[in-house]
Design a protein around this ligand. Structure first.
Ligand SMILES: Cc1cc2nc3c(=O)[nH]c(=O)nc-3n(C[C@H](O)[C@H](O)[C@H](O)COP(=O)(O)OP(=O)(O)OC[C@H]3O[C@@H](n4cnc5c(N)ncnc54)[C@H](O)[C@@H]3O)c2cc1C
Length: 419
């Protein structure tokens, strides 16, 4: 009889884990707290070759229809003039493009909605997941893929909490049809940066609604990092009724004056091409956090994806790391045969140093943004000034960097492993 894995969290990390465990003969079932399939807000997602290769292992052939590839990276100054230009080729997809493909590839009975985990219990024979609806599920293994505010991690590592990095990512998406045509033509093939002092904005075209990459049906995606003090974060995370949303304010509840202010700042500070698009959107923000778990395995319970480590998004590698976690977990368990504990120990030995290294890489990259909250006199030289060309180059060579890290941690064996 096949062994059963309970995967908690039905986003990209949980879905990839379920696919890869199933491909090694496990009966993996995903339990997602939301009542309905997850909505993406249409945001873009940077990919790396390792993610694409692991998706192939999961049976998802990531072809051109799953992303767009700009040909040039440019940095635009405040007046919209190109001040840096470099060739680039990085596939930019959409969160929902991957979600849809992963979900469609699972049998319906393996993806259970409306299942909010509240507690895990273990005994000599396995693990029991207890859900808020009063039900319980039994398995041989439980994978906590329940994200930055993981209930699984909270039970086993209550002291590990996300640490606010001192800045947020404002995010915005606009349908191609709503972008003035000349502007679309100018921007569609660009991976465009705006780098006003103390800030970082990146924008590019992505698959549109219904994950469409056809002409006329794509979308434009903007990610804008800006420093926000902890006090100001509480203010912008408080809705019009005065309720503070500590775990993230739902976009429709962001107060209109907060949205009006960010749009006015866009007009004042960023290239007019990008500002023109931004002001036509309904932007929302995500606070940026660091989080590193000192352990990943607790008996038959493991942490994976953002539940285990949250790296700031500069390397665009969160989903790639979640995919590597899943591949390493499935391979380690398979290689260990009947000795599940040995397989899980190997998983922790491989993924813990990699997760930590990814958090540190991104923390270093975001140090300049975090430092904006310090008085100028207290900042280091690197925190005071930035080499704009280096910021652009870091993004262009990102996949080489991530690939180098994967190889240095001995994880490349999990990328293309045949099944
Ligand atoms: C601004 C920003 C930009 C980013 N850009 C990129 C990018 O370009 N490329 C990239 O690879 N990554 C990017 N990321 C990171 C990426 O989103 C994540 O690292 C990645 O998707 C892994 O997510 P996950 O599945 O582990 O967790 P999540 O996506 O957070 O999913 C956790 C799931 O668990 C569910 N859940 C939570 N609690 C419970 C519970 N108690 N019971 C049941 N279910 C529960 C949640 O509802 C959710 O569906 C970005 C992140 C941010 C903030």
């Amino acid at each position: 009889m096949s062994r059963r894995a309970l995967v908690i969290g039905g986003s990209l990390g949980g879905l990839i884990a379920a696919h890869l465990l199933r491909s090694t003969g496990w009966d993996a079932v995903v339990f997602e707290r939301n009542e309905e399939e997850l909505a993406s807000r249409g945001v873009g997602l940077g990919t790396h070759p390792q993610l694409i290769a692991i998706l192939k292992r999961a049976g998802i052939d990531f072809d051109e229809s799953m992303g767009l590839t700009p040909s040039k990276a440019v940095c635009l100054d405040r007046n919209g003039k190109v001040v840096i230009e470099r060739p680039t080729a990085r596939t930019l997809s959409g969160w929902s493009r991957l979600y849809r493909a992963l979900l469609d590839g699972l049998p319906a009975r393996a993806y259970r909605l409306g299942k909010r985990l509240i507690r895990v219990a273990q005994d000599g024979d396995g693990v029991t997941a207890l859900f808020a609806d009063g039900t319980a599920e039994r398995g041989d293994l439980l994978v906590g893929a329940d994200g930055i505010r993981s209930a699984v991690r909270a039970q086993f590592l209550p002291e590990v909490q996300p640490v606010y990095a001192g800045y947020v990512a404002w995010r915005a998406v606009l349908d191609e049809a709503d972008v003035p045509r000349d502007l679309w033509r100018e921007m569609v093939a660009l991976y465009a940066f705006c780098l006003p002092e103390g800030e970082q904005l990146i924008s590019y075209a992505v698959p549109g609604r219904d994950n469409d990459t056809a002409v006329g049906r794509r979308a434009y995606n903007i990610v804008w990092y800006r420093s926000v003090s902890p006090e100001a974060l509480i203010d912008i995370s408080t809705d019009a009724a005065g309720h503070y949303h500590a775990a993230g304010i739902p976009p429709p509840l962001i107060r209109p004056e907060v949205v009006a202010r960010i749009k006015a700042d866009a007009r004042a500070n960023i290239a007019p091409q990008v500002a023109e698009i931004f002001v036509r959107t309904a932007p929302f923000f995500q606070p940026i956090y660091d989080l590193a778990s000192p352990r990943l395995v607790f008996g038959r319970v493991v942490l994976a994806g953002d539940a285990a480590f949250v790296a700031r998004p500069h390397a665009g590698a969160g989903t790639t790391k979640a995919a590597l976690d899943a591949a390493c977990l499935a391979d380690s368990i398979r290689a260990a045969g009947d000795d599940l504990d040995r397989g899980l120990a190997r998983y922790e030995r491989m993924q813990a140093p990699f997760g930590k290294a990814l958090v540190e890489l991104n923390r270093a990259e975001g140090a300049y943004l975090s430092a904006q909250l310090k008085p100028k006199a207290d900042r280091t030289a690197a925190e005071l000034t930035r080499d704009l060309g280096a910021v652009v180059d870091a993004h262009i060579f990102r996949s080489d960097q991530v690939g180098g890290m994967v190889a240095a941690h001995g994880l490349d064996v999990h990328v293309n492993a045949p099944f």
